[in-house]
Write a protein that binds this ligand. Structure first.
Ligand code: UDP
Ligand code: MG
Length: 314
């Protein structure tokens, strides 16, 4: 691994959605870290269609600090799309994505830059699970277990969208134009020299999580259906099991015929119904999975932009 020059230009990408209550403080916390570093920083705040005063606050911040670039999306496209908008706009040698709510400690930025200068391409922050188990942590734990068991791409449990990426890694991700984006998986998929940086999550500076249950489910679906074909095989395996059961039953019934004892064969309505119900239920589940994949393919072939800026640019 060859070390890099120590005066690299660094970009920070910060997606913000209805965070008027925190952005000022976030910026102060960031400045406390980056003002002590010798690098040239550009800070991209991506306003993901906020309905509150976020955009106004960001523009005011931009007037005070010339390192700030404000990108405004035309509507709320979601966290992954906002991050993508930032990655597309970034030009720096090393690009760090970090949440706006203070849960990702800015102090780690200095360590990330140090690791980048040692030669790493991807510095992935990993949230250490603290004792206080919340709904979010429990669902996140189950999600990582599931995705790692059904997908060929390993996603580090607790990996947050808090990471640094070299220019080459950013360009590799930019070459993936897919619409359904699960950046943690995509970044793991590209490979590159990576290192994990563990951290303890701090409390949100103010306000509530902007990841509603619906948004969490959508992200999990994007991850599962774009990184795994296993759900499609569920139907195949279940079909195989049913085929074997049918063969066994045929042998069983034929044995009565061979013995010449067909009178004991009851009409068997209940067992027949059972098999029909299970088999048709399974068919519907599998058709559902196929339907989801067809839907995903449909959205991919439309080649719609992942986000739109307020001025209509992509
Ligand atoms: N965010 C966004 N668009 C959204 C939802 C969230 O840009 O649709 C931003 C949000 O402002 C924050 C980051 O993404 O900076 C992570 O969101 P949040 O902290 O609400 O998620 P959590 O930490 O609860 O998972
Ligand atoms: Mg948060």
């Amino acid at each position: 691994m060859s070390p890099r020059k120590s005066k690299s230009s660094i970009d920070l990408i910060i997606p913000v959605f209805n965070e008027a209550g925190v952005v000022d403080r976030t910026h102060v916390a960031l400045r406390e870290v980056i003002d002590l570093l010798p690098h040239k920083f550009t800070i991209y705040y991506v306003d993901d269609g906020s309905k509150d005063e976020t955009a106004k606050t960001l523009r005011a911040l931009g007037k005070q600090d010339k390192r700030i670039v404000v990108l405004e999306l035309a509507r709320n496209f979601g966290h992954q799309a906002a991050l993508t908008a930032g990655l597309d706009a970034s030009k720096g040698d090393f690009v760090i994505t970090i949440d706006a709510d203070g849960q990702h400690p800015p102090a780690l930025i200095a360590q990330m830059i140090e690791l980048f200068e040692q030669g790493y391409d991807i510095v992935q922050a990993q949230r250490l699970d603290d004792r206080n188990y919340s709904f979010k942590q429990a669902t996140s734990f189950m999600f990582y277990r599931l995705i790692n068991s059904i997908s060929g791409t390993h996603v580090e449990p607790g990996a947050a969208d808090f990471r640094g990426m070299s220019r080459q890694a950013v360009d590799a991700v930019k070459a993936m134009p897919e619409f359904h984006r699960f950046l943690r998986g995509m970044i793991s998929w590209i490979g590159f020299k990576s290192v994990i940086l563990p951290y303890h999550e701090t409390a949100r500076l103010a306000g509530q999580s902007k990841y509603s249950l619906g948004k969490m489910i959508r992200l999990a679906m994007d991850a599962i259906f774009s990184f795994s074909l296993v759900p499609l095989y569920i139907g195949l395996s279940a079909g195989g099991i049913f085929f074997c059961l049918a063969a066994l039953e045929m042998i069983y019934v034929l044995s009565f015929w061979f013995k010449g004892d067909t009178s004991t064969l009851a009409p068997g309505w209940s067992s027949l119904m059972f098999v029909i119900l299970i088999a048709s239920g399974m068919l519907m589940v599998v058709l559902g999975f196929i339907g989801i994949y067809v839907g995903y393919i449909f959205q991919e072939v439309k080649r719609r932009p992942v986000y739109l800026l307020k001025n209509g640019e992509k």
